[in-house]
Design a binder for this molecule. Structure first.
Ligand code: MLT
Length: 302
């Protein structure tokens, strides 16, 4: 009998596909495998029982990788399983940054009781007027599962798409070869694009990749989207750029304390992968990885 622990809820389904050979335990130390979504495991002392950790998501920065490697604990993730959910919220972010739907909606709620609302609507239509994304240049840094899906969606909406990814898979390179302008450095994206969306993991060399110097290269009034990891963006530089208007809108999936309340910021509490479909896909993939490892010794997505 294998035991598993679920550190935080990962989905409504997924756990059902554990067979009778598995038992859920609340005791992390007794578990053969741990499933985790966003809870940090950095302060945890893993017991010798633990053989595998599966992250229901793409990023693994909430898991102490070195410690796991030393103890021989295999760490899995679920690449691509939530890519569609994230992509759809990025698309919504681009649209919300271009059209003041949030302001317009707030205005209607505030003024709905006013019997003369129709008269003031002309003013509102001017106040909340926006721009269109068709024909605009979108730069995507990182053409993995999410970046590639975003590229396709943006092309379908008539955007001119530029992508940079030195590690792009042959599959994605082939699939995007006709629709995306592949550039060899992020600089090309910084200098040319109206929208810039980052889709890279948080590593030493990607930390604060959006900073004072890189923002200085960008077009005035650029719109930046960050649905990957908070620390990819230097907060001080972003605050300054928003104040000066260099960055027109910053759409982020992180509730950052420095910039969250600033004009021009649209922030979400890490909602990209929070769809029924993405949560289920991640949970099913994570459980299958654990089962295939514990039952057959197979290691995929580690
Ligand atoms: C990811 O790394 O894929 C996301 O952080 C997943 C999540 O929101 O849990």
């Amino acid at each position: 009998m294998f035991k598993y622990n679920c550190l935080n809820p990962i989905a409504n389904v997924g756990l059902d596909i554990f067979t009778d050979a598995y038992e859920k335990t609340d005791d992390v130390n007794a578990a053969d495998a741990i499933l985790v979504r966003s809870a940090s495991m950095h302060e945890m002392e893993l017991s010798d029982n633990v053989k595998a950790v599966a992250r229901a998501g793409a990023g693994v920065n909430n898991i102490p990788l070195e410690d796991c490697a030393k103890k021989g604990v295999v760490v899995f993730n679920t690449p691509g399983a939530n890519a569609n959910g994230v992509k759809e919220l990025v698309v919504a972010g681009m649209l919300l940054a271009s059209r003041d739907a949030i302001g317009g909606n707030a205005w209607v709620k505030e003024n709905k009781a006013d019997e003369n609302i129709n008269k003031s609507m002309e003013k509102a239509k001017k106040a909340f007027a926006g721009t269109e994304i068709e024909g605009k240049k979108l730069g995507i840094i990182g053409l993995g599962a999410i970046g590639a899906k975003l590229a396709n969606a943006a092309v379908a909406m008539g955007m001119e798409v530029y992508g940079c990814d030195p590690y792009i898979s042959v599959e994605n390179a082939w699939a995007l070869s006709r629709s995306v302008n592949h550039v060899s450095s992020n600089e090309d994206i910084f200098k040319t694009c109206d929208f810039i969306s980052v889709h890279v993991p948080l590593l030493d060399d990607t930390k604060k990749m959006i900073n004072k110097d890189t923002i200085a290269m960008m077009k005035d009034g650029v719109i930046i989207l960050n649905f990957a990891r908070d620390l990819l963006v230097d907060d001080d530089a972003m605050e300054e750029a928003l104040k000066s208007g260099k960055v027109r809108k910053y759409v982020t999936d992180f509730p950052n304390f420095k910039t969250a309340n600033m004009d021009g910021v649209i922030a979400f509490p890490h909602l990209g992968a929070s769809t029924e479909e993405s949560e289920d896909n991640c949970a099913v993939m994570a459980v299958n990885e654990i089962r295939d490892f514990l039952e057959n010794g197979n290691i995929k997505n580690s």
